[in-house]
Design a protein around this ligand. Structure first.
Ligand SMILES: [Zn+2]
Length: 258
């Protein structure tokens, strides 16, 4: 069982070591901006490390958007991040499911997702798995409710899309955690990564507010059960820096067993 943390991008290897992590996730750029990743001085070291490496794409990416001025740069930025993440030997690039906005038709969002994968294929193909993550909220989200996720998967499944299950987002998004891995797998056929987070927001609140395990509204045993059932690596995206995340990793290791 590979357990790790989302850490600052300046020195992810040192951050992982400080937490005793076996997996690590980081951004390559400012997550709120349309910046393309630059080559990293530590690329060789990251590639050579024993860690399971995951890269999180910027939050600003929304390939589902009906707005050209958001969707087109989002596709390009996703592709640039996929190439840069593959250069680091990453196992996957995590990107949020996106949304179409209030009053828009979700069907357009799913069609735009399909186009994003078609665009990637024309542009030389994705050099690593893109893992679509479920979200807690967003106006007309593509991957919040699992009935919508099923429609999304009709569009992206044939392209080999991967899935990242965030326990905070599922809970705050209104999906019950008991049995969740089986329900997801019935739709996607796979879970590539678990984001093991507690939730400050209540069930179905739509609030994306992560908390340390056992400090929020989720029973930590349900997070442990999801990791176990999935067999996937887990990343905590929790507050509290080295101390908070080390405690979360320790809790998961202790209860999930190796
Ligand atoms: Zn997450």
């Amino acid at each position: 069982m590979r357990i790790g943390a989302h850490v600052d991008q300046a020195d992810p290897l040192a951050e992982a070591a400080a937490r005793g992590a076996e997996a690590v996730q980081f951004f390559l750029t400012d997550p709120q901006k349309y910046n393309s990743p630059k080559p990293r001085a530590d690329a060789e070291l990251i590639r050579a490390s024993e860690l399971d490496v995951f890269v999180h794409a910027p939050y600003i990416i929304n390939v589902a958007s009906p707005n050209n001025r958001i969707r087109i740069p989002s596709r390009k930025l996703l592709m640039a991040h996929a190439r840069a993440a593959a250069e680091l030997g990453a196992k996957g690039l995590i990107v949020h499911g996106g949304h179409v906005g209030r009053g828009a038709d979700l069907a357009d969002g799913f069609a735009n997702w399909r186009k994003a994968f078609e665009y990637a294929e024309k542009d030389g193909g994705l050099p690593l798995p893109v893992l679509i993550e479920n979200t807690a909220g967003g106006d007309n989200a593509c991957a919040r409710r699992f009935d919508d996720l099923a429609r999304l998967w009709d569009a992206v499944g044939p392209f080999g899309a991967g899935f990242c299950l965030d326990t905070c987002h599922a809970f705050a998004g209104g999906e019950e955690l008991p049995g969740i891995v089986d329900r997801v797998k019935a739709i996607t056929g796979r879970i590539d990564l678990i984001h093991a987070n507690d939730s400050k927001g209540a069930f179905d609140s739509g609030q994306d507010r992560h908390d340390n395990l056992g400090s929020g509204k989720i029973d930590p045993e349900l997070v442990v059960a999801a990791i176990r059932a999935s067999g996937a690596p887990a990343i905590v995206e929790t507050p509290g820096g080295v101390e908070g995340q080390t405690a979360d990793i320790a809790l998961l290791r202790e209860r999930a067993g190796n």
